[in-house]
Design a protein around this ligand. Structure first.
Ligand code: PFF
Length: 450
């Protein structure tokens, strides 16, 4: 018999633990800064309420009906090659994300180390981050530190202990983030940043705003990577799917907005309105947060606490990604847990090292003008996840039927959003996915310029 979450709260906490991670704290603020600020936020929220909500509900219900992880679930509904491919693309995505996720996790460890050794001034220096990531040895070591910790946790099965700790950490993270955000927003020059982040300005809109917002939505809410199907398969039939998934999505979005409020006003306050600072990309958090801690009373201690909390948020997400990947090997290829973990360790070390060295020894490698890490991030989020989401939509529309999904959800909820759900899954989701997918491919091939 498949193990189940003991309660609704158990489901919400576990799902929120896997959803809240580097996606919220590191990825959301830099994409928002780069792709238009307030207009990005607006597009993100609209997408999350319509498209995102539809996908979350569909995946959870599919998982709960089939009681299997993605490949098994797709096979359960239709045993064809196409359906199998749909399951596999969902299952492969976590295997490709977790290596580069751990590279960023390594950066978090490095900063934690700097604060633990009371180096807050050094960490805030211009050029500190760049010199760190262009050093192949140190980036590789820190990546390995993070990767080995997560693999060990998964290997030794102490994952539940870590998740229990992270449940305590999460509320502390929220409180600390509020304190840091208030400090950041009250710096001189920060008001422009608050305005930029919160107030939509149409002149900052480009099609890339939509493409990036959609990729971010998948990433942050853990959609289109088999996770929610798996979590749904562990959910009791009497747990209210509608309410619990909404709570997870709202909490996840709240943390992302809070992170934006910590980081973006600080960028404005400390860069003297330099537009290039907003385009910093993946380095944004690592450059702007230390500047806050350098000015804040008790900044070193707060820095230690902040990076410990981010470390835990990243660790629970990385464990969830690893567990999904490992269970795919176990369930679909019949491998032992031992063999599956060794395989994932290999994938992790090889791909993670390539991603990490992409900023130093391998910096000459550019794929479609992107650094290696950016390339992996883009391919998984903007190409593979739309395909995986399309597979789920087609499964619901062509095979399972929206009626069946409704029936599953109504086992435990009045399904207030039923009409919206039906409209989105039939029209909004498939059309949107197709348009986004085609435009990101054409963009990367240089055929159009978004
Ligand atoms: N949603 C996570 C984040 O925002 O950091 C990323 C992620 C974690 C995706 C775990 C999938 C997953 F299983």
């Amino acid at each position: 018999m498949r193990s189940k979450f003991s309660s609704r709260l158990g489901y919400v906490l576990a799902t929120a633990g896997s959803a809240v991670g580097l996606g919220n704290i590191w990825r959301f603020p830099y994409l928002s800064a780069k792709y238009g600020g307030g207009i990005f936020l607006l597009v993100y929220i609209l997408l999350a309420l319509t498209f995102g909500y539809t996908m979350i509900i569909s995946e959870t219900a599919l998982g709960r009906i089939a009681r299997k992880s993605p490949v098994g679930a797709f096979k359960h509904f239709r045993n064809s090659k196409l359906s199998l491919a749909g399951g596999w693309i969902n299952a492969i995505i976590p295997m490709l994300i977790v290596p580069y996720y751990s590279v960023i996790g390594g950066w978090v460890c490095k900063y934690l180390f700097e604060y633990v050794t009371f180096n807050r001034e050094k960490a805030a220096l211009d050029g500190f981050f760049t010199s760190f990531i262009s050093n192949p040895v140190s980036t590789e070591i820190w990546f390995l530190v993070f990767a080995i910790i997560s693999l060990t946790i998964v290997f030794t099965g102490v994952r539940h202990g870590v998740e229990a700790v992270s449940k305590v950490m999460m509320p502390i993270l929220v409180i600390l983030a509020v304190v840091i955000a208030i400090f950041s927003m009250t710096r001189k020059g920060a008001a422009d940043g608050i305005k930029y982040f919160l107030v939509p300005n149409l002149s900052n809109f480009s099609w890339m705003t939509v493409v990036a917002a959609m990729g971010q939505m998948f990433y942050s809410l853990s959609i289109a990577m088999g996770i929610l199907i798996t979590y749904g398969s562990y959910m009791h039939s009497d747990v209210d799917i509608e309410k619990s998934t909404f709570q997870v999505a709202a909490f996840d979005t709240g943390i992302a907005v809070l992170s934006g409020l910590m980081i973006i006003p600080a960028v404005f306050a400390f860069s003297g309105n330099d537009p290039a600072a907003l385009k910093a990309g993946p380095s944004l958090m690592f450059i702007s947060i230390p500047k806050i801690f350098a000015e804040m009373a008790g900044g070193n201690i707060i820095g230690i606490m902040f990076f410990i909390l981010v470390f835990f948020a990243a660790m629970t997400s990385s464990i969830a990604l690893l567990e999904t990947a490992i269970s795919t090997f176990e369930d679909e290829l019949g491998w032992s847990r031992h063999k599956a973990t060794i395989m994932m360790s290999l994938i992790m070390v090889v791909l993670g090292s390539v991603n990490s060295l992409g900023f130093s020894s391998l910096s000459f490698v550019k794929i479609f003008k992107m650094d290696i890490l950016d390339f992996f991030d883009f391919t998984t989020n903007s190409i593979m996840m739309p395909i995986a989401a399309m597979a789920t939509c087609l499964l619901v529309l062509k095979r399972v039927g929206t009626k069946e999904i409704e029936k599953e959800i109504m086992k435990s909820s009045s399904f207030a959003g039923k009409a919206l759900y039906k409209f989105c899954i039939r029209f909004i989701a498939p059309i949107f996915i197709l348009v986004i997918l085609i435009s990101s491919i054409l963009n990367v091939l240089g055929i159009i310029n978004l």
